[in-house]
Design a protein around this ligand. Structure first.
Ligand code: F0G
Length: 354
């Protein structure tokens, strides 16, 4: 039986590595492309979810991190640094551990989900919480990498984009061609940049006969690209994309414009509704930010902007267990209260309505 070997070995011919490269991998990539029946029925088309929560640390960041930590090791680095809203720090901490590197992570104090914080701590990262938001953390991480012996593993490092473009390859390999539309959340804008690069390469070299229209979605309270200016105080329940000044801003706009796509905003309410839709109708549990692409499809469908008979791929970027508290809230914001009964078959049967 074939064992998936991680994105570097699976796509070595399309990545900047050679035989002498020491590869750091946790077996990332090869994630399922899951048919979404309820969304497909809604838009009268074919909708698939690229379930990136199935990566080793539970988000798409692992695709880029295998490349970034591999680059760090091969350049002789002893320590790496990143700014993060949580997932990048979890991934960097895990891959740095396998490589035997020290890992420093800068996160906005009080604004990262518990699961992600736990991962960085479990893997022994030097965790620094900063009074400020992600944009401030990234600024400091860049300056540290410029002035001190630490290697930057944020997506401003091109190795990260190289690794993350493999997700587009996997989509085309699974479907046999590019989808008509690709939807995804946009935060620091590395992932939309990476997908667009991957789709273009597969189109230029033959495996795909077309490239998709790219539809990106920011949270309404953290939508600098949509508003056309940086947001100094970004706010959203989707903490992973609580970013006011994305590093890959221009590349995201290029992906949007070259593909004939859009980057639009979705409200926190739309994000949480989409999060609930995914878990209750499709069987896929994601963290809130990961539902932004689905929120976008539902919103654009309601606005009459989704053509029927098309093929859509939506990247759901991170696992629901990263930030599970949202599942314990009802749509009206009240707490879910599980039924509790005495230890008795008849009472349980009655409680179940049997
Ligand atoms: N979804 C999740 C779950 C994320 O963690 C991120 C980014 C995004 C979407 C947006 O992707 O930044 O490439 O546009 N998280 C980064 C982090 C910022 O630090 O983990 P992007």
């Amino acid at each position: 039986a074939h064992q998936w070997r991680g994105v570097i070995r699976e796509y070595a011919d399309r990545l900047p590595v050679d035989e002498s490269t020491r590869i750091i991998t946790l077996g990332e990539g090869g994630t399922p492309l899951v048919h979404a029946p309820a969304l497909s029925a809604l838009v009268e088309g074919e909708v698939y979810l690229k379930v990136e929560g199935m990566n080793p640390t539970g988000s798409f960041k692992d695709r880029g991190m295998t490349m970034a930590i591999t680059a760090a090791v091969n350049e002789g680095a002893k320590a790496v640094v990143c700014a993060s809203t949580g997932n990048t720090s979890a991934s960097a901490a895990a891959y740095a551990t396998q490589a035997g590197l020290t890992c420093a992570v800068l996160v906005p104090a009080g604004k990262i989900a518990m699961g992600k914080l736990s991962q960085a701590i479990a893997h022994g990262a030097e965790l620094i919480q900063i009074d400020g938001n992600f944009d401030g953390c990234l600024d400091i991480a860049r300056k540290l990498a410029e002035n001190y012996p630490v290697f930057l593993v944020n997506s401003v490092n091109p190795a990260r984009i190289e690794g993350q473009k493999t997700a587009a390859f996997e989509v085309v390999d699974a479907l046999g061609d590019a989808p008509d539309y690709h939807l995804l959340p946009v935060g620091n804008a590395g992932n939309i940049t990476a997908y667009w690069k991957g789709y273009q390469e597969y189109y230029d070299d033959g495996p795909a006969s077309s490239t998709p229209v790219m539809w990106g979605f920011q949270a309404a309270g953290a939508a600098p690209i949509v508003n056309g200016h940086p947001i100094t105080e970004p706010e959203t329940v989707a903490t992973a994309i609580r970013i006011g000044n994305p590093a890959s801003w221009e590349k995201a706009e290029a992906a949007r414009d070259e593909s004939g796509g859009v980057i639009e905003a979705v409200t926190d309410e739309q994000i949480l509704d989409a999060h609930r839709w995914l878990s209750s109708k499709e069987g896929v549990f994601v963290e809130p930010a990961s539902a932004a692409g689905v929120a976008g499809l539902i919103a654009k469908h309601a606005a009459g902007e989704v053509p029927s008979g098309k093929r859509f791929v939506i990247t759901v970027t991170g696992h629901g267990l990263k930030d599970p508290q949202w599942a314990l809230k009802n749509a009206d914001g009240s707490d879910v209260t599980p039924t509790q009964v005495p230890q008795d078959v008849e009472t349980v049967a009655k409680a179940l309505g049997l």
